[in-house]
Design a protein around this ligand. Structure first.
Ligand code: ZN
Length: 317
């Protein structure tokens, strides 16, 4: 018998799919999402009952494991959701909505909706700070596509990147993890609150020589224990006084992100970009090089489905 992951029952059988998700979302047994009750939940049996329905005898309301997750009020079978999660978690560069539409046999609209909900589940909430214990944190920004919420082209323009989407990223060089956010502009007053919320005061922060990091008032040396400046103008991207000061890690991250966005997703609307970033952060933070295999990555993704109905961004807001 083949050991193919795709032979696992949760991908084919709806009851097995529910059992699989329940075991992960309710490791200690069902929890009523209405009142939080854990004692008097009974599984509804009987031929006319839908799969996975429980009733809470504290508040007398029915519920399933899908409530208060990305699966809530979706008409797509749970086993197809699990297939989509596995496909997205195990692919190195992402899966387009078109591909999901063809592989799962669902409409393009459903596939699009599904993949955005799954990206939402990839957001980690960003609770831990980077650079704790004085570790190095690389900071940089990049531009991708056009921000259609800004003035159309042809009007008065500043520098070339004015109408592009702006992405601001941090990488903790010790844990080798990334965190990214869409920003409206690159002013120090926009970036500093994000840095203050996500980086430890004792960190060694590495940036390029851009004014928002180095000028008199926004100099990061005032806010963090150490600030190393990389001279892009010089040959290479290192500071020759200290070879530890470089931005090679974050340059590498941006190149994966850009190749992925161009190759798989082609273009994306400004208001969805934060979810694509969550996907690239997630994939980078759960990569093979950090010892995470496909199955573990899918499991981590599945743990993130809880409480993710709304689309909001916790970082930097
Ligand atoms: Zn209840």
């Amino acid at each position: 018998m083949s050991k193919s992951v795709l032979n696992q029952p949760q991908f084919h059988d709806e009851e097995a799919a529910y059992a699989y998700v329940e075991a992960r979302i309710w490791p200690r047994g069902p929890v009523c999402p209405h009142c939080g009750g854990v004692e008097r939940n009974r599984k509804m049996e009987g031929k006319s009952t839908r799969i996975g329905v429980y009733k809470c005898y504290d508040c007398r309301q029915p519920f399933t494991v899908k409530l208060n997750t990305i699966f809530e009020s979706s008409h797509i079978e749970l086993r197809l959701w699990l297939q989509a999660i596995f496909l997205i978690a195990s692919s190195k560069k992402g899966v387009s909505s078109n591909q999901l539409h063809r592989t799962l046999g669902i409409t393009l609209k459903s596939a699009w909706f599904m993949s955005h909900r799954i990206r939402e589940a990839m957001k980690d909430g960003g609770l831990d700070v980077f650079g704790s214990g004085g570790g190095a944190v690389e900071i940089d920004e990049t531009f991708i596509g056009h921000d259609h919420t800004k003035k159309p082209k042809g009007q008065k323009k500043g520098r070339g990147f004015e109408h592009k989407n702006k992405v601001f990223s941090l990488i903790d060089r010790t844990t080798r993890k990334a965190r990214s956010v869409v920003v409206d502009n690159l002013k120090a007053s926009t970036l500093r609150p994000i840095m203050m919320a996500n980086i430890a005061r004792e960190a060694y922060v590495m940036t390029d020589e851009a004014a928002q990091y180095t000028n008199r008032y926004s100099n990061l040396g005032r806010f963090f224990a150490n600030h190393g400046v990389v001279r892009h103008a010089a040959k290479g991207y290192v500071n020759f006084n200290d070879s530890n000061v470089h931005s090679n890690t974050i340059e590498g991250f941006f190149s994966i992100f850009k190749r992925g966005m161009k190759g798989v997703y082609q273009h994306c609307a400004h208001n969805h970009l934060n979810r694509y970033l969550a996907e690239f952060d997630f994939r980078y933070n759960n990569r093979i090089a950090l010892g995470v295999d496909d199955q573990q990555r899918a499991e981590t993704l599945l743990k993130g489905v809880k409480g993710k109905r709304l689309t909001y961004r916790t970082i930097g807001q």
